[in-house]
Design a protein around this ligand. Structure first.
Ligand code: HEM
Length: 281
């Protein structure tokens, strides 16, 4: 049957149910960029506010994907050792695979900041005061990522005044749930390595590092975790510099000391023992 006799059906149109726009809910998605500077019809919109909103929304989409991938990695690590032989190897392969994806996404997160830096501080001032007290500080998904990565600080919950009940519940859950590090320790234990104290973990990490023939998969996972840690630190450092360039040492819209607060967070690490391992090698 030729294309003509088939009534000119084309690839992908058989069901005829979904279009690109419907599948992606573009009508909803593209209606969500609402500059504050354009609220009243008489207002002159600040040109760069669309850029500012777009960048932040894209970040939140990537945060959602990162939570999806890294939660799965955590679960795979926790499950390591429950199967026998091959299922265990399959899980470790999946961990490395998803950590590589997370790493690429985090590179994109870093690469996005220079796009925002094409905005001048003067143009930011056209709409900055309209944002207050909204701030990236209130990003629940960002804080979820920190909690999942092991940087659990309950104090942030008290400082998230605008969070909904559902968002608070998500953060509470992340505080309760095992972290990526807990998952990694479970994977070490499943291979017979003692992880009861920091000293034991340090010894286990040295064993893994020095016997890649036996523990190459665990070494790769550890390196994937370290990349996640390193890229997060790079983002924090770059964000602090971007903030200094945009607003100097003015107070943040979220009420913090701004660049001073952000500089104080630059040296945080999710997995300090993986960093210390370098010195011990
Ligand atoms: C013009 C660009 C930006 C400026 C001037 C800026 C400013 C600030 C300031 C001053 C803070 C400290 C909290 C406060 O008092 O408000 C902060 C925190 C934060 N911002 Fe930004 N920001 C910018 C771009 C971004 C972008 C593109 C994102 C992406 C999501 C982002 C995410 C965050 C997050 C997650 C925090 C909390 C960091 C932490 O607690 O360690 N910011 N920002």
């Amino acid at each position: 049957m030729t294309d003509e006799t088939a009534g000119a059906r084309h690839f992908g149109e058989e069901g005829g149910l979904l279009s690109y726009g419907e599948y992606l809910h573009l009508d909803v998605l593209l209606a969500q960029q609402a500059p504050q500077s354009q609220k009243a019809e008489s207002d002159l919109p600040a040109h760069d506010e669309l850029l500012f909103i777009t960048i932040h929304q894209v970040y939140e989409l990537w945060f959602k994907l990162l939570l999806h991938e890294l939660t799965t990695v955590r679960d795979l690590l926790l499950g390591a050792g429950r199967g026998d032989g091959d299922p265990d190897r399959e899980r470790m392969w999946a961990c490395r695979h998803l950590l590589r994806r997370a790493e690429q996404v985090e590179q994109v997160l870093i690469a996005q900041l220079p796009v925002l830096e094409t905005m001048t501080p003067q143009d930011f001032l056209d709409f900055r005061s309209l944002l207050s007290p909204a701030s990236g500080f209130q990003s629940v998904q960002f804080r979820e990522l920190e909690f999942l990565s092991g940087l659990k600080d309950r104090a942030f919950l008290g400082r998230l005044r605008a969070a909904t009940d559902e968002e608070r519940a998500r953060l509470e859950q992340r505080l309760e749930d095992p972290s990526l590090w807990d998952g990694f320790l479970a994977a070490l234990a499943a291979r017979g390595l003692a992880v009861g104290s920091d000293d034991e973990v340090q010894a286990a990490l040295l064993t893994v590092a020095r016997d890649r023939a036996a523990y190459g998969d665990l070494w790769d996972v550890a390196e994937g975790l370290l990349s996640h840690d390193e890229l997060s630190a790079q983002w924090r450092a770059l964000h602090a510099t971007v903030v200094e360039r945009q607003i100097g040492y003015k107070q943040g819209t979220g009420g913090s000391t701004g660049a001073t607060y952000l500089r104080g967070r630059r040296d945080l690490r999710f997995f300090p023992l993986l960093w210390e391992l370098r010195t011990a090698l």
